[in-house]
Design a binder for this molecule. Structure first.
Ligand SMILES: CC(C)(COP(=O)(O)OP(=O)(O)OC[C@H]1O[C@@H](n2cnc3c(N)ncnc32)[C@H](O)[C@@H]1OP(=O)(O)O)[C@@H](O)C(=O)NCCC(=O)NCCS
Length: 406
């Protein structure tokens, strides 16, 4: 009788054995250096992110580079089914992944997949072109050409394509889920690379996307919220994410009914990108010039940033703090102290509010002992505040360096 414990070496890390490729031509099938691994696999294989039952396993998830038709395939040396004479079964990897894919839109037969690749050269971006962007590839020194398009629910064939594109989020964005493409309040910004194939024909490859939910605001306004952004790994760190944020802003800046733009639960990397873009834009505004910045966080800044760039007040405060540090001489004691106090006052606002609420309750002769017990002591709070400040300053300095380099 075979025991599962005997096969512990067949428990594999899904992040290591799963690999993706974006296929532009048949030659790419052989190119190992094109493959990239997922960032995470718990949304597919559970918390342990493991696959059981194979020796020498490679799980291939291939996408045609433009239209993103999907092939799922496995290669392995041995399976536990054979090793245990059929007593123990290996995980059904294809079925587990396929469960998360939109209905019927994947191939397990390579010939069928290759037929879609033959037709992929007809693939064209959907919607309205908003921006073009050229950059030099550091490795090959070739110029690369990217285009960003806007699209919405009015393009049914786009929604089918998008259902395939959003399959990447489960592997690359933490806690992400698929959006409901039938909801007409979603807007989509998609980036493609325009490239030439061996015959010199111009083709498009899909690069990444951002989804925006257009919330209604009384009486006839909208508040767009950036929900997800994903630049596929082979295209990351080329400045495309930054360009996407700028393009989204530009698209909404010109619309009078837009109140402000928010971001849903941003990752640290995304927030850094956004801070950089917002600071670069606001540096040009009247109320963010050196002398004005020194006057503090005044209402006219919130007004100008909202009216010009649709920044919400919270983000405007962040931009103010970064640009004030930019204009602060940290070697001048008074200048630097004034800056630190200003930021710490903001960081301490929640604690301050809690204290003043407790005092109000005590005036009304209410029992506050349990509330006071949950607050840090003054000494602890001073230490916490210093730590929070240092973290914030470190973050800001990175952005300032980028602003100086730009
Ligand atoms: C976060 C994300 C959208 C950023 O996209 P991106 O296209 O890589 O962003 P950019 O290239 O504009 O900027 C990323 C970094 O590359 C740097 N960079 C930009 N152009 C560069 C270039 N030509 N060469 C080297 N580095 C470059 C930027 O300065 C930035 O550096 P930083 O991280 O130190 O601040 C992308 O990494 C991603 O999709 N991540 C996974 C999903 C995710 O976290 N999404 C956001 C939350 S929903």
């Amino acid at each position: 009788m075979a025991h599962i414990q005997e096969y512990q070496d067949l428990v594999l890390d899904a992040v290591e054995v799963v690999e993706f490729k974006l296929i532009r031509s048949k030659n790419d099938l052989e190119k190992d250096d094109m493959a990239f691994h997922p960032m995470m696999a718990h949304q597919i294989f559970g918390e342990s992110e493991s696959i059981f039952g194979y020796r020498g396993l490679k799980v291939q998830i291939l996408y045609t580079a433009g239209p993103l038709h999907i092939y799922l395939g496995l290669e392995y040396d041995k399976k536990v089914d054979e090793l245990s004479n059929g007593e123990i079964k290996a995980d059904d990897v294809v079925a587990t992944i396929a469960e998360k894919l939109p209905d019927g839109c994947y191939f397990v037969n390579m010939d069928e997949f290759l037929k879609t690749l033959d037709k992929a050269d007809k693939f064209q971006p959907f919607g309205e072109k908003l921006a073009e962007y050229k950059t030099k590839d550091d490795e090959s020194d070739n110029e690369r050409h990217f285009e960003i398009y806007y699209c919405n629910f009015k393009y049914p064939s786009f929604l089918k394509f998008f259902s395939r594109l959003q399959t990447f989020v489960l592997w690359f964005v933490d806690a992400a889920s698929y959006i409901d493409v039938d909801d007409p309040q979603w807007s989509y910004f998609i980036c493609y690379e325009k490239y030439k194939n061996d015959n010199g024909e111009e083709l498009f490859a899909t690069v990444g996307y951002s989804t925006i939910y257009e919330y209604y605001a009384y009486p006839q306004h909208i508040r767009p919220r950036i929900s997800q952004m994903l630049i596929l790994p082979p295209f990351q760190k080329l400045g495309i994410g930054t360009k996407m944020v700028e393009t989204i802003y530009k698209y909404y800046h010109n619309q009078k009914n837009v109140i402000d733009i928010t971001v849903e639960d941003p990752s640290e990397e995304f927030q850094r990108m956004r801070n950089f873009v917002d600071c670069r834009l606001c540096m040009e505004l009247k109320t963010f010039q050196r002398e004005e910045i020194k006057k503090g966080f005044t209402k006219d800044k919130v007004k100008e940033a909202r009216e010009t760039y649709k920044l919400n007040p919270r983000q405007c405060r962040k931009v103010y703090e970064i640009l004030r540090l930019y204009h602060t001489n940290i070697h001048d004691k008074d200048d630097y102290t004034a800056y630190r106090l200003d930021v710490k006052k903001r960081l301490n606002a929640v604690y301050h509010k809690q204290l003043s609420d407790i005092k109000k309750m005590e005036k009304a002769k209410l029992d506050t002992e349990w509330l006071r017990a949950r607050l840090p002591t003054i000494k602890q709070r001073i230490e916490q505040l210093q730590e929070e400040y240092e973290h914030v300053e470190k973050d800001y300095k990175q952005i300032i360096q980028k602003l100086r380099d730009a």
